[in-house]
Design a protein around this ligand. Sequence first.
Ligand SMILES: Nc1nc2c(ncn2[C@@H]2O[C@H](COP(=O)(O)OP(=O)(O)OP(=O)(O)O)[C@@H](O)[C@H]2O)c(=O)[nH]1
Ligand SMILES: [Mg+2]
Length: 307
Amino acid sequence: MSNSRLDRNIVVLGGVGVGKSSVIARFTKGEYSEKYVPTVSGFHSKKITVDKKEYNLSISDTTGQDESSLLDSSHIGSTDVFLIAFSVNNRRSYMIAQVVREKILEQAGVDSVGMILVGNKCDLKDERQVSTKEVQELAAKFGCPYVETSSREGTNVEELFDVATRVANKSRGGSSDEEDETSLLDSTYVGSMDVYVIAFSVNYRRSFEIAQVIRDKILEQTGVDSVGIVLVGNKSDLKDERQVSTKEAQELATKFGCPYVETSAREGINIEELFIRSVCVANKSRGGSGNDVEGDDATDKSMCFIM
Ligand SMILES: Nc1nc2c(ncn2[C@@H]2O[C@H](COP(=O)(O)OP(=O)(O)OP(=O)(O)O)[C@@H](O)[C@H]2O)c(=O)[nH]1
Ligand SMILES: [Mg+2]
């Protein structure tokens, strides 16, 4: 582990040509090249802000592996999170990713380490050899996140490193002030709010889990049994990348006794609807019927907090 509290070490592993260097270049420099230059090894760094904290990420790029490659033992031990990449258009690279994971566990001599499965080249829809569902199931078995990226199009690359930082925090035992799930809500928000809009992305299961933790935190910090909440599943346009089903989110909302609205900010789906529902909930929290969304009076202002 590195010395500074906010340094995080990431190693990117996986088969030859799956796009390890491209994902790193997209993230650290915002660049992408179609030209293929095999990597021997490389070291990159970038600062990232996650949950209002700035982390220094050190990212080691590696030479592409196959079934029989040995891992560089210098990586084991000092690494907070392993990104194990494959390309979704190459089934063999998916098998290699699983072998690489075994080798990490074997060399580290533990049952689990911080890792993320990364399915790159998701832009190559017609050439797909590995389905999202299949990898999600494997990731669930491994107990690690799965993130599908395209370094060519920049899809989910920022998100990948957000997730990596969070997993890294967890592998360090997550001192409470560094963990998303355990971070405290800003107390200025609690008490004055009529409605909390708690959002997650339907293509990112961890954000769904975090939404549930946020709700618990709100109840804990407000010290009441129920508050006005609207649960929002955003990015509903990403149909092929879905990790959270509508049914599942609806069931959770029913359990919470709050509405569930599925939105796409990109395509403008249900955005109006979301704010109408929020106003209904806000009215209800103020003791109203919950059906009245009209009001032209200054006292009808609602405080809505989106998290
Ligand atoms: N379509 C598509 N091509 C990609 C993507 N990412 C990388 N590539 C291409 O795949 C090739 C290999 O990319 P690299 O980033 O060099 O792959 P690598 O895993 O670092 O390769 P090694 O270092 O040899 O293991 C290059 O020609 C890239 O342009 C992607 O998201 N989509
Ligand atoms: Mg490379």
